[in-house]
Design a protein around this ligand. Structure first.
Ligand code: PLP
Length: 394
């Protein structure tokens, strides 16, 4: 998944454009910037690439989630359904909004399931945060159907899945709003950065204002702008956007490389009876940053994880025991502990997160391993990796 592997003269050129004119602010300074609008340019390219009406860059994927939730009207006391297998940011953003995370079961897609969502809907449910984990998607048709019936908004956290599609549509464009992360280890990187994408003009309008103290961005005189809403500063800098612009131009190549490598490894391991591949709701849309599979038991999974490491197969994740990706291991989130009292404490119907019971997710996650697909592997390195993986399973 890491775009940082292929940084070259193209990123350097874009960043140098910014350094040469000295304007790192994404708005205004129309004369000084010599025609360079890196954030705007990257947003336009995102719209083109994803076939979406609006894209707005922000300072991180986490900021994108916070901005999207606010722009969708999710706030104090609203419930937002979220999977227990994700990066903590998907949950933190909900809590920061003053809303209440409600966890729902995942299925073999490793993403939230429509049935899981349906079971936890209440009259206070405002939205579901559908996280496209490890480059691929859940059954979006089924999820959209449930959400439509119940009048629930869909936010797609596609922070790990840029370049993926579902039935031909870019992940992130299937719901009301979607988010990408461009942090240093994501498929493409700005160093730090993120984006909100949406086909809804009113969500876009709130998103660009919210992420810049409510500025309406009308006209070229910042001092004369109006502030219809309150917001925060989640702006991206031109330096970060410049880097991301060069990276975004490489996205097709990155995804093609990942897909080719993944297909080769998958085919070479096809005869290993223990392996149950992660279910892909649309196999053609997998952006292939990870190879994920399930094993028959938790014991076998722990054993294979260990053996892969012993055979030098690096980049393998056993998320079930990893402290950043599974609810079971998030003590601070289970107890809603921060450095100061959280808005969630003002709600009277907050679940006891230490008692959340998700047996199906536990079963799946206790048997799941994922291997990161790197862009820099040579054919020889891929062959060697396949050989080492086969030995680990022997
Ligand atoms: C990385 C990630 C985020 C947060 O992105 P940052 O840019 O690191 O803030 C959110 N959700 C998921 C699923 C992620 O993988």
């Amino acid at each position: 998944m890491p775009g940082f592997e292929i940084l070259d003269h193209e990123e350097r050129k874009e960043v140098m454009d910014v350094l040469d004119n000295g304007v790192t602010f994404r708005y205004n300074f129309d004369h000084a910037r010599n025609g360079h609008w890196k954030a705007k340019e990257m947003e336009e390219l995102l719209c083109d690439t994803m076939q979406v009406k609006h894209a707005h860059l922000v300072s991180s994927g986490t900021a994108a989630l916070q901005t999207a939730l606010a722009a969708m009207g999710v706030g104090a006391g609203d419930e937002v359904i979220v999977p227990p297998f994700t990066f903590v940011a998907s949950v933190e953003a909900i809590v920061a909004a003053g809303a209440i995370p409600v966890f729902a079961e995942i299925d073999e897609t490793l993403c939230i399931s429509a049935q899981g969502i349906e079971k936890v809907i209440t009259p206070r449910t405002k939205a579901v945060n559908v996280v496209h984990m490890c480059g691929a998607m859940p059954d979006m048709d089924a999820i959209k159907k449930v959400c439509e019936v119940h009048g629930i908004l869909i936010l797609e956290d596609a922070c790990q899945a840029i370049g993926g599609t579902y039935k031909g549509q870019a992940l992130g464009t299937l719901g009301h709003a979607g988010t990408y992360s461009f942090d240093s280890v994501k498929t493409i990187t700005c160093g730090e950065g993120g984006a909100v994408i949406t086909n809804h003009p009113e969500i876009y309008n709130y998103a660009h204002m919210y992420s810049d103290h409510g500025h309406d961005h009308i006209g070229s005189d910042r001092g004369a702008e109006k502030h219809p809403i309150m917001g925060l500063n989640f702006r991206i800098s031109e330096l970060n956007a410049a880097m991301g612009l060069a990276q975004l131009r490489k996205l097709d190549k990155i995804v093609a490389t990942q897909r080719k490598t993944k297909a080769k490894i998958k085919a070479a391991l096809a005869d290993i009876a223990d392996i149950q591949w992660r279910e892909l709701a649309d196999p053609e849309g997998d952006q292939a940053s990870f190879l994920s599979f399930m094993l028959p038991t938790q014991e076998r999974t722990a054993e294979i994880h260990q053996k892969l490491s012993e055979h030098g197969v690096d980049g393998c994740f056993y998320w079930y025991v990893n402290s950043w990706h599974y609810l079971k291991n998030w003590q601070h989130i289970q107890t809603m502990t921060s450095c100061a009292p959280l808005p969630i404490e003002l709600n009277d119907q907050v679940p006891d997160y230490t008692q959340v019971h998700l047996p199906q997710s536990d079963d799946i996650m206790s048997r799941t391993l994922s291997m990161l697909i790197k862009l820099s592997w040579t054919e020889e390195e891929i062959d060697q990796r396949i050989e080492s993986m086969r030995q680990a399973f022997a």
